[in-house]
Each structure stands twice: as C-alpha cells, then as structure tokens.
Write a protein that binds this ligand. Structure first.
Ligand code: ADP
Length: 440
C-alpha cells in the first residue's frame, strides 16, 4: 500500500507554524516567532523520541508505550497494537506448548530430547522415574553420563537407530526398558523409552514353559521307547497283527524324541544368548565328522558329499552348538536332494571373516519362503517334511546358534536347481593369530 506522507507532515507542521504566526502577530516579529515555534516543536519531538528510546531500552512485554498526542500519539498507539497482537500470539503458542508438555508429562513412556551431541535438552516426568533424570541439574549433560549401561553407550555411538535396544533400568535392574531413537532437525535426537518388563516376563514364561514341558515329556517318552525296543527285538514272539503298529509307535517315539531334543536345544541357545563364547573350535575336523554321518544318512541314495575346508581356521565358540548348526544344514541338504545329487561344503576365510557354505543340487525352495525358513515349525511343504522326519526346528536352531556366535545365515535357492546356505562369521569371532584372507 502506498504511504501518503503529505497529510501527516502538514498536520504536524500546521500547529507550530500557526502558533509562530499568532505570536508574530502579537509581538510584531514573524521571523523570530516562527523560529521560536519551530524550535519548541523540535524540542517536543526530541522529548518524545527520548521517551520512545527509554521505553524500548527498558522493554517489558506488559508495559504499554508512553502516551502522546499528534503524530507521536499515532506512533505509540501503533506500537501498542503490535505489542498486544504479539502478546496474543505468544499466549496462544504458550497454550499449545503447555498442552504438549502436559500430555507428554502424563505419558507413561519417557520422552527425551537430545541435541546433536547427545546432551539432554528436555524430558518428561516418566524419564525421571524410568531413567532417574533430575530436573533441572541434569539439563545439558550427556545422556551417556547418566545412563551408564555399556550396551547403551555402544547403541548411542552407532549411527543406525533402526532397531530398538533393551536394557535394565539404571534405577532398578528388575525393570526392563526398550529404547528407540529417532533423528530430527539438525541431528537432534528424540529418545522414547518404554517399560517392557511385562512383555519380557511373558517371553521368559513362554521360554520356561516350552523348556519345562519338553523336559517333563522326556521321561515318559523314554519309558515308552524303552518298552517298545525289546518288544520289536522279539518281534517273532509278538502277535503278527501288532508288529506294524509297534514299528510305527517306535518311529513316532523317535520323532517325538528328536522334537523334544530340538526344543531343549533351542531353549538352551536362547538362554545363552548373552554369554560370551571363547573356547576354540576346530571347524575342519568337525565338518569331516559331519560329512561322515551325512554319508551314512544318505545310505543307498549315494549322494556325492565333497568337503573343501581351510585347515587351522578355528572359531571362538561352543562346539556342540556349532556342530548342531552345521549338521542341520548338511542333513537338510541330504534330505532335500534326490539320490545321486551333489552336496558341497566349503569353509574359508576372507577380509570379512569366515564362511561356511553348504550347496546342494536338490529340489530347491521358492523365493517367497526364503525369509520365513528360520521360523520355528515353518515348512515349505508339510507333507514332504513329515516324510523326511524333519521337526521344522532345524533352521531355527541354525539361526540361534549363529546369533550366539555373532554370525548370520544367508540363503539362496532356486526350485529344481538346488540351494546354497552360507553361515557368515565376523573376523572378531576367529581365534586370534589367524591371518585373514589367505584362502581364496
Ligand atoms: P525340517 O526339520 O522340516 O527340515 P528345517 O527348519 O530344517 O525343518 O527346514 C525348514 C524347511 O526348509 C524344510 O521343511 C524344507 O522345506 C526347507 N529346506 C531346508 N533345507 C533345505 C534344502 N537344502 N533344500 C530344500 N529345502 C530345504
């Protein structure tokens, strides 16, 4: 909008000129009277300017600008209106902030705002009860100084927060917390902390239940299998009508035993998840023994089982766990490869660590199943697995045994062509003194 400056100029000059002229009429000297009027006007202007300066210097949001008449009055009124508008906007913003703070304070989950360096900026009440943060003395402190769990420090040092972290509360180690961090703005971090003690207890109850049931079922099963064995050994003394049912009972008892063994092994693996493994495990002899057993399992199917293993390449770990992981992969290759097929085992190291691959020329697996294969009891084809005597727990055991050794399982497969299962172990899992990368 175009500002019309002529009107205010004339209005403000009109009064001093009129007063000067009037004085000149009385005193008879227009020149001095006019100058005197303008000088008085200038002094008044300076006075108003100083009042404005003082008001600005000592500005208080609740203190209105000074009062005046004329052009200065309009300026002060304008400032007053801006001040009121500002106060209203500020009030509205404060109300929004208060509401957000009230709602986050009422949250059971802790909400913590950290700056880009990981220093505390703001947190809600739950952060005080879950993590023991103290208001206001902890403000500006690095969060890693206040939550001193080593896993938390490692989690904060890494830049990838896609996964959450579970750790005991620094105030009470019976309380389990789940921490999730999201980055926003210029590297600031929003940290959400949830009490997951109940979920963990349920998870533990599930694990204990499975382990206890498996354990309790073992004794009656041993008794049943124990009676069946001599009965079948003296099959000629048994009524011929009962021979076949007895054989089937023995087969199913064997299957149940395998299932219970696998469930117990899985329970043990889960219970040991956090334990460090340091025992040296010579992998080449272990694989040789597995190949021998696999050849026996193959029997009349006469699979060609080839082993190419780097000697003296040892892992830090638990031999029994590694043996069940590797044998599950090799026995699966035998089970799911038609007679005469080829199974290749390769154990080697490179800069990334050590690797074991089990490749077969078997029936293969459709790609849609690959991501779910390591789930408990997941089977591509239930009827086919039942005929091979599988429990559906083999690959779950492999996965957990590898996790326990900081490793991971990679699966590639093509229906009709065969499958490739590769276990990857990081270099840190190798026994010290091993030069990496000297094998192809
Ligand atoms: P199972 O005891 O049924 O073999 P696993 O957990 O060992 O259970 O394997 C899960 C499923 O993965 C199997 O049912 C089978 O369908 C598939 N599978 C595993 N290994 C192979 C393989 N080498 N070739 C083809 N399919 C496989």
């Amino acid at each position: 909008m175009k500002y019309n400056w002529l009107g205010p100029l004339l209005r403000s000059l009109l009064a001093p000129i009129a007063v000067g002229l009037l004085l000149g009429l009385f005193l008879g000297d227009y020149g001095w009277s006019l100058s005197g009027g303008l000088a008085a006007y200038l002094a008044w202007n300076l006075y108003q300017l100083i009042r404005l300066h003082h008001w600005l210097k000592t500005y208080q949001p609740d203190e209105p600008p000074p009062d005046a008449s004329g052009l200065w009055g309009e300026v002060f009124d304008g400032l007053y209106n801006i001040q009121r508008r500002d106060q209203r906007v500020r009030g509205r913003l404060q109300a929004v902030i208060d509401r957000v703070q009230e709602s986050t304070a009422a949250l059971k989950d802790a909400v913590i705002m950290l700056d880009a360096e990981g220093n505390l900026e703001w947190w809600n009440r739950a952060a005080e009860t879950l993590l023991g943060l103290k208001t206001p003395q902890d403000s500006g402190q690095p969060i890693t100084n206040l939550v001193r769990h080593p896993q938390f420090k490692t989690y904060m040092d890494q830049s990838n927060f896609s996964a959450s972290l579970e750790l005991p509360s620094p105030l009470n180690d019976r309380l389990y917390l789940q921490v999730q961090i999201t980055r926003y703005g210029n590297g600031e971090q929003l940290m959400l902390v949830r009490d997951v003690t109940h979920v963990r207890q349920l998870e533990q109850m599930r694990k204990d239940f499975v382990a206890n049931v498996s354990h309790e079922l073992r004794t009656p099963l041993t008794v049943i299998a124990g009676y069946l064995e001599p009965m079948l050994e003296h099959a000629d003394e048994v009524n011929p009508r009962w021979r076949r049912p007895l054989q089937q009972m023995q087969q199913q008892a064997e299957r149940m035993k395998n299932l219970l063994d696998d469930l117990l092994l899985l329970a043990r693996l889960e219970a040991n998840d956090n334990q460090q493994l340091r025992q040296p495990v010579e992998v080449e002899p272990l694989l040789q023994a597995i190949v021998k057993d696999a050849q026996i399992l193959s029997g009349a199917d006469e699979h060609r089982i080839l082993l190419d293993a780097e000697p003296d390449l040892a892992l830090k770990g638990n031999e029994a766990e590694l043996s069940s992981a590797f044998s599950n992969l090799v026995y699966n290759a035998v089970k799911y490869t038609p007679p005469g097929g080829e199974i290749r085992l390769r154990w080697w190291s490179d800069r990334d660590g050590a690797h074991l691959s089990v490749q077969d020329t078997g029936i293969g697996i459709e790609s849609r199943h690959l991501t779910r294969l390591t789930e408990r009891f997941y089977r591509v084809d239930a009827s086919r697995s039942a005929s091979t005597g599988g429990t559906g727990l083999g690959l779950a055991i492999v996965k957990h045994a590898l996790i326990h050794h900081n490793g991971r399982l990679e699966i590639a497969s093509e229906p009709g062509k065969g499958s490739l299962f590769t276990c990857h172990f990081p270099a840190t899992q190798l026994m010290e003194g091993r030069a990496l990368g000297n094998a192809s």
